[in-house]
Design a protein around this ligand. Structure first.
Ligand SMILES: Cc1ncc(COP(=O)(O)O)c(C=O)c1O
Length: 444
């Protein structure tokens, strides 16, 4: 378990200066107002209200470009498929499509989102552990880049569906490499006990069947996804070495392997963990995997997390043996701290000078004791009405929001070099209430 990522009492927290150094698009202006990509967060709160997601297109594109560039020295043929599950807004997907990113999707809904954002079907990879017949048929009809198969049952079902449509579909088998990537238990995907992928001892036989017996299937290679928020080299090296030996084994059996999908998972520094750059991943891949294949990569968090913040206002400071800063953003907006014990940096939106920090428990308004964003966090003295911003919320943030406690979905704003634009209006309570009907016998 990579303890350093999560909320543990013994960790030292980064200072405000360290957080700012890690997020070059954030900084205080001459009046002490926090700016994000050239836009005042105070001004955005005034226009859009709080809680509110702010996404910097500059950061998103800069990181997507940096990720791609890391691979430019090593390989001829690499395809990048942004993991839509981490951030699914149309504005983000279309921005990434401009940089020639395809999409990695895990549902029919995400597939439609990717298309709607201008990503071509031929650049979409369909992963996901439970794909319905309708979703698979749609993928076949669209002629997407590849379906990553999770089980023998799914492979045979897809073959039947493709044949019924008179088509063939490109497929990779997703291998469960049975390795521990050292991440939080709730984001581990590569261990035998996880529901994902095909046990490696069954891969060769299934691959042979797919190539030699299933006319609806065009099997092109293997896929693996080791987990998320991986911050060390070892899981990648171990996982890709296993993948490489599987390729050798398949080729010895005269089976053709032309694509290797390496998944996503590269972590970031939320707190003070030493997170690697994409160049580490590129190097490990170059040193472990054969170079006569097309590589696919499915990065999500590394690109999207630092591009987004959650802006929130303090409803109340509750004083007592502990000081609670109760904010208007809740676990229904950003669930990562409650769900994964995740640590997120928090910055005051107005800079405080020469004041002694106070330890706060920063909590949301939801009626759940897990609705806590930070415990014992040293922050400058805060008052009711002050704004704070929660960092690295661009991945697995808005996408995991709910309306729990009848709290409408927050607004979303995109910023870019001093410009801002609302990209999603705040949901209204009316919109929530309108979806509900009384049963026919009670409606009168
Ligand atoms: C199949 C697959 N690919 C890619 C990703 C993206 O992972 P990350 O956001 O950690 O890069 C995930 C997330 O768990 C995934 O399940």
């Amino acid at each position: 378990m990579a303890d350093s990522i999560f909320m543990t009492a013994e960790q030292t927290d980064p200072t405000i200066d360290t957080l700012l150094a890690r997020h070059p698009a954030l900084g205080y202006d001459g009046q002490g107002h926090l700016m994000f990509d050239g836009v005042s967060l105070q001004e955005l709160a005034r226009h859009a209200g709080t809680p509110c997601w702010i996404i910097s297109e500059t950061v998103l594109q800069e990181r997507a470009t940096r990720f791609k560039e890391a691979f430019s020295h090593y390989r001829q043929s690499v395809r990048f498929h942004f993991a839509v599950k981490s951030q699914d807004h149309k504005a983000c997907l279309s921005s990434l499509a401009q940089l020639d990113y395809g999409a990695d999707v895990v549902s029919g809904g995400e597939m439609e989102r990717a298309l709607n954002a201008g990503i071509k079907a031929e650049n979409i990879v369909f992963s996901g552990v439970g794909k319905t017949d309708d979703e698979l048929k749609r993928a076949v009809a669209l002629g997407i880049a590849q379906v990553n198969i999770e089980s023998a049952e799914e492979l045979f079902r897809l073959n039947d569906l493709a044949l019924s449509l008179n088509r063939t579909v490109r497929v990779a088998l997703r291998v469960n490499p049975d390795i521990d990537a050292g991440t939080h238990a709730k984001i581990t995907t590569g261990k035998a006990e996880n529901k994902f992928g095909i046990a490696h001892q069954h891969v060769a036989e299934l691959y042979g069947k797919a190539q030699n017996e299933l006319d609806g299937i065009d099997i092109v290679g293997l896929a693996v996804h080791l987990g998320s928020q991986i911050i060390t080299e070892t899981p990648y090296r171990t996982g890709y070495n296993k993948l490489a030996s599987m390729v050798q084994d398949l080729r010895r059996r005269h089976l053709k392997v032309s694509v290797l999908d390496c998944g996503g998972g590269l972590g970031i520094s939320y707190r003070n963990e030493k997170a690697p750059e994409p160049s580490m991943l590129a190097k490990v891949i170059a040193e472990t995997l054969p170079d006569d294949v097309t590589l696919r990569l499915e990065p999500g968090r590394w690109i999207s997390a630092p591009s987004g913040v959650l802006l929130s206002r303090i409803i109340e400071i509750k004083k007592g043996s502990r000081q609670f800063a109760i904010i208007d953003g809740g676990m229904n907006d950003l669930v990562r701290p409650a769900m994964y014990d995740a640590w997120h940096g928090i910055l005051p939106v107005s800079k405080a000078i020469n004041v002694r920090p106070i330890p706060y428990d920063v909590v949301g308004p939801i009626c759940e004791s897990s609705d806590v964003f930070a415990r014992n966090r040293s922050l400058p003295p805060l008052e009711k009405g002050d704004l704070i911003t929660i960092l690295d919320a661009g991945a697995y943030g808005s996408v995991m929001s709910s309306t729990y406690n009848s709290r409408p979905f927050a607004a979303q704003i995109m910023v870019r070099e001093g410009q801002w634009s609302i990209i999603q209006k705040r949901q209204t309570l009316d919109e929530i209430l309108q979806r509900e009907l009384l049963p026919s016998w009670a409606a009168g």
